[in-house]
Design a protein. Structure first.
Ligand code: FES
Length: 90
């Protein structure tokens, strides 16, 4: 289980959930297209923590940013991304 902190809240990723899916579930304003590391549309600033890529993404990932569609948090992460809509945690 990985703890994720954003500008507005913090939550735990569920088993088998990608970081992108977790951000969507909790109402965050994250963009995407391919959902598999090709396009770079989901680039998100990483403020703290470290992620890993099980398969190296084809999209360019600048220093200090991550691709939440295809990375896995290797430790608790802090992302510079806002919530669009605050949803109740189940
Ligand atoms: S949605 Fe395309 S790289 Fe993440």
């Amino acid at each position: 289980m990985s703890r994720v902190r954003t500008r507005d809240l913090s939550f735990d990723l569920r088993a088998g959930e990608t970081l992108l899916e977790g951000l969507e579930r909790t109402g965050h304003a994250v963009e995407y297209q391919c959902r598999s590391g090709y396009c770079g549309a989901c680039r998100t600033p990483l403020l703290a923590g470290r992620v890993e890529y099980p398969h190296p993404p084809l999209a360019y990932v600048p220093e200090g940013e991550i691709l939440p569609c295809c990375c896995r948090p290797a430790e608790p992460v802090s992302l510079d991304i806002p919530v669009l809509e605050i949803k109740r945690q189940a």
